[in-house]
Design a protein around this ligand. Structure first.
Ligand code: HAM
Length: 415
């Protein structure tokens, strides 16, 4: 019986894994500069958490969640994203009692039962950041600047920041009313999902990916024309600050994001190199969610980067540099093989990557293996060398060679 990974679920192997590790290391370094601490959140949560936050009218909750009863009959969901868990965690641990804003980041797999295609998996990884406790546009600007700098440090060039403000409880009702009027005219021409959205949450129609719905909604009222004075001022201050920091962005009044919890600032980072699934990161404010989860009124903002899409973009411009062994020890004879293992262990204890052959074979085949592994040095030990307490070495990059004491193998490269 031969098994394959599930559809839309991928193994991440060398050499790609080295790109993943580099991206994670750079991201973590950026987060710590801006005061974000890591949190580890569970992969399973009560289903309610996601319904309550992401919203019943969204595709994620409506169609894409991996939901199942556990053995006690509780409804459990594999997290489709990290924000809902972060909010649950913030409230559960009373983190609002600590100085604001509290800033966190997380990494890990998310699960959405979507139709797999390029850039869209059923299990995918995110690196996310969330900041709780400030409604000031300075934190919106800081998060966008941090994301921008992080992506450019990683070497991503042609990405675009799309920005919108989707208003608050004050301005949303009037906007929804004018959207409803607009959609009502040709409602029978929209897809069945949009007809549903019309009664549950007409804003979601702006997010529909069906070609005909996209055409139909041309000329729909724009949310930015309906912002209340406070939301307008908040958004203007954000744009001003981004200008001060030389961050380039595009205003996209149709950007509503695929999750219902957003208020005010919403943004996405897109790349034309990604094809249909062009968002490499997305985020925004969710000022009402902490309260909705039973905590005190606490504004918050965050974003998440899709790791697979990030890595796909990195792969366009660089190949993953796989680390290589410093030393390959070729041994000829049983006793030499034992000594090779002792020498390798000594080198490893000093922090050097040393490889062995793990089988008796000819010198030629062992050196071929050293080459294939990309080892920098080959050490060669045979019975004669053992007697004399020495071994031969060769720098496989330069061809330089010589001999050294068995007791001081590291002296070859620690000159
Ligand atoms: P999201 O836009 O749903 O936002 O996901 C963020 C990123 O995850 C996307 O831009 C994309 O790169 C990646 N992504 C989403 N779905 C898939 C998929 N099926 N396959 C591969 N990559 C995918 C959120 O998840 C919010 N929690 C972000 C946030 C944090 N908002 C505030 N705080």
């Amino acid at each position: 019986m031969k098994y394959n990974a599930l559809k839309g679920v991928e193994d991440i192997l060398p050499p790609d894994i080295f790109l993943w590790q580099r991206a994670e290391t750079v991201a973590k370094a950026f987060f710590s500069r801006y005061g974000f601490s890591e949190i580890r959140l569970p992969i399973i949560e009560s289903t309610d958490i996601f319904i309550r936050s992401i919203g019943e009218s969204t595709d994620i909750v409506g169609k894409e969640m991996y939901t199942f009863p556990d053995k006690a009959g509780r409804s459990i969901t594999l997290r489709p994203e990290g924000t809902a868990s972060a909010v649950r965690c913030y409230v559960e641990h009373g983190l609002n009692n600590l100085p604001s804003p509290q800033k966190f980041f997380y990494t890990g797999p998310m699960f959405r039962y979507e139709r797999p295609q390029k850039g869209r998996q059923r299990q995918f990884y995110q690196i996310g950041a969330e900041a709780f406790g400030s409604e000031h546009p300075s934190i919106d600007a800081e998060m966008i600047v941090m994301l921008n700098n992080l992506l450019s440090e990683l070497g991503l060039k042609e990405v675009e920041f799309e920005l919108n403000s989707i208003g608050c409880e004050e301005c949303r009702p009037a906007y929804k009313a004018s959207l409803t009027d607009f959609f009502r005219n040709r409602l029978d021409e929209y897809c069945p999902d949009c007809k549903n959205r019309f009664s549950t949450n007409p804003l979601r129609i702006l997010d529909c990916k069906v070609e005909h719905c996209i055409e139909l909604r041309q000329g729909a009222p724009s949310v930015t024309d309906h912002l209340c004075a406070d939301c307008r001022a908040h958004f203007d201050e954000l744009l001003l600050r981004l200008g001060l920091m030389n961050i380039k962005y595009t205003l996209n009044p149709n950007l509503v994001r695929g999750l219902d919890y957003y208020t005010r600032t919403a943004f996405e980072v897109t790349s034309q190199h990604l094809g249909a699934q062009k968002a490499v990161a997305g985020g925004g404010r969710y000022d009402k969610l902490v309260k909705e989860f039973g905590g005190p009124d606490t504004p918050a903002i965050g974003f998440a980067i899709g790791m697979e899409r990030l890595i796909a973009l990195l792969k366009d411009s660089e190949t993953a540099a796989a680390p290589v062994p410093k030393v390959f020890i070729a041994a000829l004879g049983e006793e030499a093989d034992r000594q090779a293992a002792v020498i390798a262990e000594g080198l490893r204890r000093q922090g050097t990557w040393a490889e062995l052959n793990y089988a008796a074979s000819s010198l030629k085949s062992q050196l071929r293996k050293a080459d294939r592994l990309g080892a920098e040095y080959a050490f060669i030990i045979g019975d004669n060398e053992l007697k004399d307490g020495i071994m031969q070495w060769k720098n496989l990059k330069t061809g330089e060679q010589g001999q050294c004491s068995l007791k001081e193998p590291a002296s070859v490269f620690n000159k």
